[in-house]
Design a protein around this ligand. Structure first.
Ligand code: PRP
Ligand code: URA
Length: 213
């Protein structure tokens, strides 16, 4: 895949280890859910290293008073793409319990692979927040591109996109359509199959998270 300045692919051994278990078809629904959350937390830590909105606060230690950098209240919104993105919300909430959550519902038409939007509810004031769009799977990139376009139409200016597994096709599509959005994927897989599934991938993330199949 071509190099993009707005794409980060994690090659961290701890994340890779967890992805191996996640891919395994024998991994239980409970363990799958826990792993998606854990990987999301590790990714969030890295993804917000640079530009998480902060402010200064005075803190009195037992010895003296100092000024300490803290994360600004109310500065972050998490936007999962339903359904599978829901599995990543707690992974961000562990680090930012006060983050507001917006929901964008999209499913892929199984024949055309085009995303269809069926739900959207966003927190008030989202346009001024750092918005973290989350979805475990970035396949053709259609769902991510449409969700980001929708958020931009609602005035969002500072958007990051986080996926656990990306296909080269989808990563390139989002990176090119939205050069101002940083795309983070924890691992880059080989390609898509004829049904738009990521290879080797992990199957259908929504079904594995919620036990629907
Ligand atoms: C999956 C996944 C993404 C989308 C990725 O959702 O969670 O939202 O497919 O594919 P794309 O990059 O080709 O758009 P799906 O449509 O299966 O819906 P679900 O989460 O409700 O199962
Ligand atoms: N959605 C999934 O859940 N898995 C894929 O491999 C592609 C899209």
């Amino acid at each position: 895949m071509k190099h993009y300045d707005n794409v980060t692919i994690f090659d961290h051994p701890l994340i890779q280890h967890k992805i191996a278990i996640l891919r395994d078809e024998k991994t239980s629904m409970k363990e799958f859910r826990e792993l998606i959350e854990e990987i999301t937390t590790l990714m969030t830590f890295e993804c917000l290293r640079e530009d998480v909105p902060t402010t200064e606060r005075e803190v009195k230690t037992p010895l003296e008073t100092c000024t300490q950098r803290v994360v600004k209240d109310n500065a972050i919104a998490i936007v999962p793409i339903l359904r599978a993105g829901l599995g990543m919300v707690n992974g961000v909430h562990v680090l930012f319990p006060s983050a507001r959550v917006g929901h964008i519902g999209m499913y892929r038409n199984e024949e055309t692979l085009e995303p269809c939007e069926y739900y959207c509810k966003l927190p008030d004031g989202i346009e001024d927040k750092l918005v973290m769009v989350v979805d475990p799977m970035l396949a053709t990139g259609g769902s991510a591109c449409d969700a980001i376009t929708l958020l931009k139409k609602r005035g969002c200016k500072n958007i990051k996109f986080m996926a656990v597994i990306g296909a080269p096709e989808g990563v390139s599509r989002v990176a090119e359509a939205h050069p101002d959005v940083h795309v983070f994927v924890s691992t880059l897989d080989r390609c898509l199959n004829e049904n738009g599934y990521i290879l080797p991938g992990l199957g259908d993330a929504g079904d594995r998270l919620f036990g629907t199949k």
